[in-house]
Design a protein around this ligand. Sequence first.
Ligand code: UD1
Length: 314
Amino acid sequence: MASYLVTGAAGFIGRSIAAALLARGDSVRGIDNFSTGKRSNLAGLERMDFIVGDLADPVACERACSGVEIVFHEAALASVPRSVADPVATNVACVDATLNLLVAARAAGVRRVVYAGSSSAYGDAPALPKHEGMLPSPISPYAVAKLAGEHYMGAFSRVYGLETVVLRYFNVFGPFQDPMSHYSGVLAIFCRRMLAGEQPTIYGDGEQSRDFTYIENVVQGNLLAAAAPAAKVSGQTMNLATSSRITLNQTFALLAELTGYSGKPAYEPARSGDIRDSLADIRLAGELLGYSPQVDFREGLRRTVEWYRAGGGN
Ligand code: UD1
């Protein structure tokens, strides 16, 4: 039986991966510094060996990696506007931390690291869908930092023979995503506000589009990436998404139906560092992992609204 480490285990995606591993009986360690993760996200994960620690600290990385075979590296400061406000903090949490983790993983004899990459690597080039053969062109400090992490994965695979797999996520959403912060994902913020009868804000004209990906699909992709033969996936980078896109205005309309919100959104100027459109080509993950999304956007949104309606995220 493999032994897994999940970084960012008190965060939205990390806790979801840890829950899936525990549910199938695996042995899981988690680490989080609670910078954006929440203690309440650990409910139900009591069998996880949990460490409070910061990956910017090499000693914490060493402790976390000891005895581990496979790492899911989800810890990050996952926000474009946060990186615009404080690029150094984003660099420490996304780049320094990733390098420290890789060094510790190698020293501990970890076999594979699966990395949470970001579609922000593609930047704002108009060509859609985004495929992995396109040249990266990050436009925000956040995108640069996540891309640097990808390159470190590639280098550790080439130079040290560590198995690495990069999964480029596209706007992941679902239960356990924090709706409270100004830096939270848009769907979490909209669900909370609209269920509470509060007006949501759309930055820009609302015609920007995203390939919103329900969390269950991302968990599935990670489990497949951990299990796939090294010859097929090590050193590879692939998109993890649904390959369908929707504008924010359309999303608002859908959420109005699901939540019963009857007002209009407020419109404010577009945020700097924002990309306009995002849509993934997911054929590579299909070929290399056998990945295909199981939950579509509407069903995912319905489940997500129900989770917030039942008090999740408070
Ligand atoms: C998101 C993720 C990022 C990930 C990337 C690709 C978050 C917080 N960010 O970036 O980590 O790497 O997808 O997977 O999960 N918006 C509003 N109103 C709001 C909040 C946002 O109109 O209240 C707009 C934004 O300006 C943007 C869009 O919604 O145009 C999406 O924003 P956001 O949810 O922050 O995600 P991304 O920046 O796309």
